[in-house]
Each structure stands twice: as C-alpha cells, then as structure tokens.
Design a protein around this ligand. Sequence first.
Ligand code: ATP
Ligand code: MG
Length: 605
Amino acid sequence: MKTSQIPFRTLREAPAEAIIASHQLMMRADLIRKLGNGLYTYMPLGLKAYRKLEQIIKEELDASGAMEFKPTVVVPGDIWKESGRWDTMGPQMLKAQNRQQQDMVVSPTAEEAYTAIMRQGLTSYKQLPINCYQINTKYRDEIRPRYGVMRGREFNMMDGYTLNEDDESLDKSYKAYAAAYLRIFKRAGLTVIPVKADTGAMGGSGSEEFMVESDIGDDTLIICPDCGYAANVEKASCKQDAAVDNDGKPQVKTDKAIEEVATPNVFSIEDMEKFFNSTPKTFIKALVYRVINSSLDLSGAPYCKDLKTKTEGAITFYPVSYVCVLIRADLEVNEAKLAGVLKASEVVLAEDEEIRAIAGAPHGFVGPVTVKCPILQDLSVNDMHDAIAGSGKEGFHIKHVEPERDYSAWMNADVRTVKPGDMCPNCGGIFYSRKGNELGHIFKLGKKYTESMGVTYLDKNGKAAVPTMGCYGIGVDRVLASIVERFHDDKGIMWPMSIAPYQVAIVPIKYKDAMKEASDTLYEQLSKAGIQVLLDDRDERPGVKFNDMDLIGFPVRITVGDKNLPNVEIKLRASDNAAELVPLESAAARVADIVHAELAKLCAE
Ligand code: ATP
Ligand code: MG
C-alpha cells in the first residue's frame, strides 16, 4: 500500500476533549474520527490495526473449540421480555419501534439472542456443548462515554456463549475461554490480571475479569502479594478483623439496657468520635438504601408485604424496595456488592424524605431498633457488643446496643468495601490495590436465561433437562486503545508487531530516481515475503514523513536516501538504538527476520 492511496491527515494537536494518551494519539494519527458523542469511525489505518486484533481473537477462539456465528445487531424486544431484562437493563439499552410498532433493541449484549437462536433445533444432549461467538457491534447508551473508543456508546465486542449439559462441562468451557484470553492478550502485547468479579444481578456462580493495570482504569483491584488472590473491589472479600473497643480489646457483651443520649449537633462519624470519645469501631452505621429491581423473594421480609412486584417472563422482581444496611462505622458499604447480594440492578442511598418516612429521622440518626424496613447486617457487625447507634429520633443516639438482642437482622452478608491493608481471606496477606481497566470478562451464568426462555433437551436418560450457560466477552476497541495506552512515547504510538496497521514503512527521502527504484524493489520483495508494508510515496519533506510514520507507529522503518544507497537504514520504532545500515540487496531478508522474530516472541508461551 502507498500512503498516497490512504485518506489520512495527521494532527499536531489532539482535540481538547482527548485527555488520555491513547485517545489523543489515535485521533492525531487519524486512526479514528469522531462522528458524535461516543461514536467513532475507524479510518483505514485504524481499521487495519483493529482487524488484526480481531483476527488474533478469532484464531485463538477457533483453536480453543469455539465457532464464529453472526446474529443481527437489532433484535426483537420480545426476547428481552422473555428473559426479564426488558425493564431491568435500564437506560443503557437503546430501544426503538419499527413501522409495525414492534419493540426492537439495539443489542447491548447478546445472551437473549444466543439463547433464542440456539434453542431452535436443540433436542439432545449429544449436541452439547454448543460454543459460539461473534465479533459484532454493540450499543450502550453510556451516560459518560469517554476516552475515545475506550468507552464508546457504539463499540465492538467479542461475545461468546456456551450451552452446557452440567457444571462440569461449563467449567471446561469457562477454562477454555480463560486460557484463550490469556493467549489473545499475550499476542496483543498486553499483560493482564484475571480477577474475581462481581456476579451481580446476572446471578451465576463464577466470574472473572481480565484487567490491565492502568492509571486511567475505572476499576479498583484488590491484590494479595502473598498468594496471588486478586479481585475487583466490587467483589473482593477479606478476613474479618475483630470488633474492638478503645483499648483494642474484643468488644464485650453488656447487660445494660439501651440508653438514649441527646446528641445535638452530632451528624457525622467524626462528630460522634468527639462526642462519645470513642473509636468508630464501636458505632453501628445505619444507611437506608433504595433498591431497584431486586429479584430476591421479599415476601417474608419485614415491612415488605405490601411491596409491588412485577413479572416479566419467568422473573418476578420488586421495582422499588428499601433496605437498611448496618455496618461498623469505620467501614464503607460497597454498593456493587450490596446490589449483588440483593440481586438488584441498582442500589442508591435513599433521599432525605424517604429516609424520614422509613426511619423517622435523617441519615446520621437512623436506628437499627426502630427502622421500618428489612435490616441487612454486614459481617463486621456480627461480633459487635455494647455499641452506639442512631436512635431513629433526630438529635439522639443510643448506647449499649446489642445486635440480635435489640433488633434482628433479616439478612447477614458481606457488603463492606475492602481496602489496602485489609487481610486476604485465603492466607492473611496484607492487600494492596491498583487501578485497572477491564478488557474482558468470563461468566458462569447458570440457568438464568435457559430457564426463563424455556430451553430444554433430552438428557442421557431421555428426560427433559435445562442446559446451563456461560458467557464470555472482550471489548475489542478497548483492547486496541489499551495497547496504545501501554505502547507509546512522546513521538506517537509504538505498535506491537502483531497489531501494527503495517509492519514496515518504507520512507524514501524523495520518491524519484534511484530512491524510487530501491523503494519499489524493497516493497515488492517484502510483499512477496508476506510482510505488510507501506510505502510513503508522498511528496513531502523527509521530516514530515518521519514524524507521521513515528506518530502512526509502524514498528520498522526503512529509510531510502541517495546519500546511503546502495545501503538503506533500518530503524526500529520501539528501540533507542541507532538505525542499522544494511545493503539494499539483503535489507528485505533482514527486515523479514526482524518481523518474524518479533511475532514469534509475542506468540511464545
Ligand atoms: P464496564 O464495567 O467497563 O462498563 P461492563 O462490565 O459493562 O464494562 P461487559 O458487559 O462485561 O462490560 O462487556 C464485556 C466487555 O466489553 C468489557 O470487558 C469491556 O472490555 C467492553 N465494554 C463494555 N462497555 C464498553 C464500552 N462502553 N465501550 C467499549 N468497550 C466496552
Ligand atoms: Mg463486566
């Protein structure tokens, strides 16, 4: 390919809204152009890199036993109603109606489509497992699309799904995807950390995210230096540290009855510390949450018998309910963990008006003894004694609170935010934390979709059975952006050999006479050798051409200048070493060796 054929123009400055390196460089190198908020076009050079990444994904998944298929992007709303996610997906999902007023969905993900497609024709256990993936357009109406293609509204996902006979078979599929992911990321030049992830409202029994460490990451990873435990903070749990008193001794049960204390002007935990002259470890913090779309059965929970339910497909859920979370006051509630425990799509701190109606007092004074909604008690409260808590009356707290004596929790669960310094539940190691960016996800879904959408087959004994299911995703654009984020310098991108739009750029100082002839020869030799090569035939100053090639980030540059002929210069983009002077006749072979060696390195186990 010749640069004159490619519609591209590089930019000296990135648009002001691009604040991270990958977004800036992808825009400056003209790999992507913006069409609307969260909507990016891959320009030809960007698409080349994108396609190479896609190809790696396909090769590794095909080798792992998966098969590519291609559902439509626009799917009937009915299948989302069957699964129960028509409402619970929330405003991320783009819905539309066609001319017959039928509800349609622009796929944000494809569990429903896969299930609806694969239940057609499934009769026998002999057909299982069914393991298919697509690499296809997704749309999510993200509130804050940002960082270019790192978080777009329209983006491309590899999403694979398996239907399995039993947990053992699902585990095999799950592990095969995990292994393929590691090979994919390795070939793309990235080091990833698989972390335990939240299974959230999706239910399911196991889930891992594949993270790259990144300062601009949206996720917080909790890592144990001793045993390698790694988890998203939305999932992480820790060894419970004992509830202690001001002297650091375990709290002791009291026989004293609850006593009300007037606490005017005491609103925050800090105020309480001062007022009671006591550590927050002796306070029970009570927070009222509004819970959206919980699919837990709340029929037996206190104060819940009049709650409205909604049924969609086989799923019954509570569009709105409330819960009062109790947690030791030196700790924070993790809302993702809480939503997971409650099988809810979202939890939000209740507004003042709602809290007053439920607790009789604003936040700060909510009391476990008086609150009129189910109590969810974090594990940190289980061994608390003689505690101080809100009274349910503004301006008053209560002392000598004994959990279980003075109130009963409806549920006990781990909802605390794990922090650096907390202890690993496996080995007691001290956690540290890193920012991470999620590139991929694997998920044991169980029977949520197959049950709600009525998928059955005949098992070995001729009995009707429901298959179990896994889903597996990689954000292709996000991986591409992460590669740029990881491999760049002040001149531009430094593509790994496996992803570069072209592996080699030939830059003649002037594309005429002997330099043209030598460049054309090299171009032909390299193309014949199967090397992807770009010839910069533009009539531009050499400096402009060098800068552009460095900005776009081709791994190898061959400079053809009449001063050096019959030698040419080979320069590696990612190396500080000086250019290597090589005779023209051996240059193509030398470059082919470099390219192959680099590719082999990325493939090595
Ligand atoms: P996030 O927490 O970042 O919003 P998610 O948990 O919603 O991601 P999944 O539903 O697990 O994402 O989707 C699989 C993969 O798709 C993610 O691992 C991520 O790489 C990618 N992805 C998700 N949302 C976007 C987006 N808006 N833009 C680009 N890639 C995305
Ligand atoms: Mg995810």
